[in-house]
Design a protein around this ligand. Structure first.
Ligand code: AMP
Length: 219
């Protein structure tokens, strides 16, 4: 299965993509994480992408598309993947479709997790991550037992540069503008399935899995 998970930053794509990848036994690929890894390692790609990522702007397509196509050509992605954070605009979606078509493949479904903008600002600006194991906390809805420390591994918690409230607003503005045409692109190909992302994690996961089985029946 070749899946795309769509949603604005903070909609829960990362959490849900991990859950459905596990359920469908396919690899979970996150474009934001690929960029952060390249920035950590200070690769050439990382150095070029860094200013865009830090300001919450989209990295230019020339860099993003190449990175993503390279990742999905790796052996672990051959029999299926769920993409999280890519595509972010119609040009990226077309580049992906063309690359897949060249290998006789196609995107099966684009799943959209819908969450209101007010809720997204609240979620993103209260988010804290563990620097050691990657666990995610929230000041209000999932606070750590000890402030600043991870419950799982005691690692130090940090706030992503681009989760600061001023950057969050830029990220949302940029992404909202690109989202509607992207939804329309998949809608017109009859590949779009929408779920309410304001329910609990398990309810959203169940709705996504249900949409996936409906989608498989149609295809
Ligand atoms: P995310 O964790 O998905 O919010 O991504 C973090 C940052 O990585 C974004 O704010 C962008 O700067 C960059 N990024 C991730 N995915 C893409 C993409 N598909 N196109 C352009 N930039 C991206």
């Amino acid at each position: 299965m070749y899946l795309i998970l769509l949603g604005l930053p903070g909609a829960g794509k990362g959490t849900q993509a991990a859950l459905i990848a596990q359920a469908a036994r396919i690899v979970h690929i996150t474009s934001g994480e690929l960029f952060r890894e390249n920035i950590r390692k200070q690769t050439e790609l990382g150095r070029e992408a860094q200013p865009f990522v830090e300001q919450g702007k989209l990295v230019p397509d020339e860099l993003t598309v190449g990175m993503l196509l390279d990742r999905i050509s790796q052996p672990d992605a051959v029999k299926g993947f769920v993409l999280d954070g890519f595509p972010r605009n119609v040009d990226q979606a077309k580049a992906l479709d063309e690359a897949l078509a060249g290998n006789g493949k196609t995107i099966d479904m684009a799943l959209y997790i819908e969450v209101s903008t007010d809720e997204l600002v609240r979620r993103l600006s209260g988010r804290w991550n563990c620097g050691k194991c990657g666990a995610v906390y929230h000041e209000e809805s999932r606070p750590p037992k000890v402030s600043g420390a991870c419950d799982r591994c005691s690692g130090q918690l940090y706030q992503r540069e681009d989760d600061r409230p001023d950057v969050v607003r830029t990220r949302l503005k940029v992404n909202v503008k690109e989202m509607e045409p992207l939804l329309q692109y998949y809608r017109s190909g009859c590949k779009l399935y929408e779920v309410n992302g304001e329910l609990g994690v398990d309810a959203v996961k169940d709705d996504l899995l249900e949409a996936m089985s409906r989608g498989q029946e149609v295809r």
